[in-house]
Ligand binder design. Structure first.
Ligand SMILES: Cc1ncc(COP(=O)(O)O)c(C=O)c1O
Length: 420
């Protein structure tokens, strides 16, 4: 049984003091901290069996290749996929860019791509660029005032022209857990493929991508306790078989002649060059670590903390929380604005109190426009966060409020003139 204390003990960084205060690391939607087992797996690779994969007959290369491919297998299974269906990339952004380029030859002018008003730029700009290159049309699904997809509008927007539906599973600003299964059903009925940005969901929701029936699903290792520079995407086997690679070089080929080449099997056909071997090994260790903690603990702990945070932060004067106001279908990603105070000032003042949050547009400028605000300050939780840290955040926010809104204390004379 894992307790908050036993989980925290595996993250030495959480013992740090910042500005003489205990660190409250609440910037997990940007990147999570790494448990010791992940750091050790990466160190072991570099100190014990560092070598290039797939090419060598020597012992170290064989050991590295086995660890790398075994890592892929564990990661793919974690997502309910097979290793052939799991392509390694640098992360979610890289994955979505690759998928967009893979689908490009299939698009023709006036085909439609549907994204939503709450996309991260990584799941919007690649599609904007794709429509420019192909003459396809980008459509945007609006969101409701509560920060959820407007499913009534979906019926009006989806049509036989829709070829790709590109949506996030969980919003990195509002925390909303979106109804991806319903979206997949509607999109498939219209004949469209579904590409899901899973950057925020992968560390917080158990996923079985096969049964979710998505066509592509992009993730980042660093948001799920693994190393940076590493990620991947799932693609349905039958679709990946049909698509052509978009990057070329060593490892992704079967044979090369002077003027032509043929492609390797899945998944390598989409992976040119030397991969991020330590990244795959570290990510697999992260997935093992998450499984050792277990989804019961991971989910329950975060849901309870999210509800506690929503209740606690609402009490802070001047605070508006953007997004759903209960922990139902919501992650612990809490975007706030404070009347009369810029989010960057909030983040700076919180840092003085040891609280790490992010401020800005969170790579979601169209969503900021929809909300009618320039930016937010965002606190986001991982499984090692505790109520004490939420209290530390609330207290620091109160200090910020007082600093920017000092109450004008009127000096009342102890006695008035007529009482002399
Ligand atoms: C919803 C969402 N999509 C995509 C990304 C991009 O992820 P990465 O920077 O790992 O490519 C992020 C990162 O914050 C995100 O929150």
């Amino acid at each position: 049984m894992h307790t908050a204390a036993s989980i925290r003990s595996q993250f030495p960084i959480l013992k740090r003091k910042i500005n003489n205060n205990p660190l409250a690391y609440l910037d997990n939607a940007a990147t999570t901290q790494k448990p010791q087992s992940v750091v050790k797996a990466i160190t072991d690779f570099y100190t014990q069996y560092n070598a290039n994969v797939h090419r060598g007959m020597h012992a170290l290369s064989e050991q590295a290749s086995t660890a790398y491919e075994d890592g892929r297998e564990r990661i793919a299974r974690f997502f309910g996929a097979t290793p052939e269906e799991f392509i390694f990339t640098r992360g979610t952004s890289d994955s979505i860019n690759i998928v967009a380029r893979m689908l490009e030859p299939r698009l023709k002018p006036n085909d439609e791509i549907l994204a939503t008003q709450m996309e991260h730029h990584s799941n919007l700009v690649p599609w904007q660029q794709l429509v420019k290159r192909t003459g396809a049309v980008l459509k945007i699904l609006p969101i409701t005032d509560e920060g959820r997809w407007d499913m009534d509008a979906l019926e009006r927007i989806l049509s036989g022209n829709t070829k790709i539906v590109a949506v996030n599973h969980c919003s990195n600003v509002l925390g909303t857990i979106n109804p991806v299964a319903a979206m997949v059903r509607a999109a498939h009925q219209a004949g469209a493929l579904v590409v899901v940005d899973g950057a925020q969901s992968s560390a917080h929701l158990p996923l079985n991508l096969r049964s979710l029936d998505v066509d592509f699903y992009a993730v980042s290792s660093h948001k799920m306790y693994g190393p940076t520079g590493m990620g991947g995407f799932y693609g349905k086997h039958e679709i990946l078989e049909l698509l052509e690679p978009v990057s070329f070089g060593g490892d992704m080929i079967r044979s090369v002649e002077a003027f032509d080449a043929t492609w390797n099997d899945l998944p390598w056909k989409f992976e040119p060059g030397t991969p991020h071997i330590a990244g795959a090994i570290g990510w697999a260790a992260a997935v093992d670590w998450m499984q050792s903690v277990g989804w019961d603990t991971l989910e329950a702990q975060e849901r309870e903390l999210t509800q506690y945070a929503l209740d606690t932060l609402k009490q802070v004067p001047g605070i508006t929380i953007h997004g759903p106001n209960t922990a139902v279908n919501r992650l612990g990603v809490i975007s706030m604005t404070m009347d009369g105070v810029h989010p960057h000032d909030i983040a700076t003042l919180l840092d003085r109190e040891g609280v790490a949050v992010r401020s800005g547009t969170h790579c979601a400028m169209p969503l900021m426009t929809r909300l009618g605000i320039p930016a937010t300050a965002r606190a986001s939780f991982a499984c090692y966060n505790i109520k004490k840290e939420v209290d530390q955040l609330a207290k620091a926010l109160q200090t910020a409020w007082k600093m920017f809104h000092p109450t004008v204390t009127v000096q009342v004379p102890a006695k008035n003139l007529w009482q002399r």
